[in-house]
Design a protein around this ligand. Structure first.
Ligand code: FE2
Length: 171
């Protein structure tokens, strides 16, 4: 085997990460981050779909707001996946591994603008509850301050989106 092929055959898994967090702790945090990554990706897709299909008097506001949100969510996926890698574990490497086991459902058929917003609020709130638990566990159980800090930053953004989405449809 050529040296180039040998290099390409290296495993993405690294057991020798020595950053002051036990392997079990890193593994638990990476698993939780994988679930958060799945939900963030699914919410990116759903937000984009609503961006395309929204109709009605709030079209412009929702179209613009969803664009800002799916762009941010897409970038967040990259940040979360790269944190999993920094912890020494592979980011999901198959479509099933990435998109299975998520909390975000795609049940609504031809939803109204109000139903779209209510649906997005529900999803952001679900994700916020999951992230809050993961942030607490990362800090308290694994002493992984970087993941906790990243999740707190994401929580801040999601909670802002929940406020903005709700304000849009509140009389
Ligand atoms: Fe667009």
């Amino acid at each position: 085997m050529s040296d180039t092929l040998k290099i390409l055959e290296t495993s993405p898994q690294t057991d020798d990460v020595d950053i002051g967090i036990e392997k079990e702790g890193r593994k638990t945090v990476a698993k939780q981050l994988s679930k958060i990554l799945t939900d963030t990706y699914l919410l990116t897709i759903k937000t984009h779909i609503y961006h395309w299909n929204v109709v009605g008097p709030l079209f412009h506001s929702i179209h613009e707001m969803t664009e800002e949100q799916y762009e941010d969510l897409f970038e967040a996926c990259d940040t979360i996946a790269e944190r999993i890698r920094a912890l020494g574990f592979p980011a999901p490497i198959t479509q099933n591994g990435l998109l299975s086991d998520g909390s975000i459902q795609f049940d609504a058929i031809n939803p109204s603008a109000k139903q779209m917003i209510d649906d997005l609020i529900t999803d952001h709130e679900t994700l916020v509850r999951k992230m809050r638990k993961a942030a607490e566990a990362a800090e308290d159980d694994a002493e992984d301050l970087v993941t906790a800090d990243m999740l707190i930053e994401r929580l801040t953004v999601h909670e802002k989106y929940i406020w903005m989405l709700r304000a849009l449809v509140t009389e």
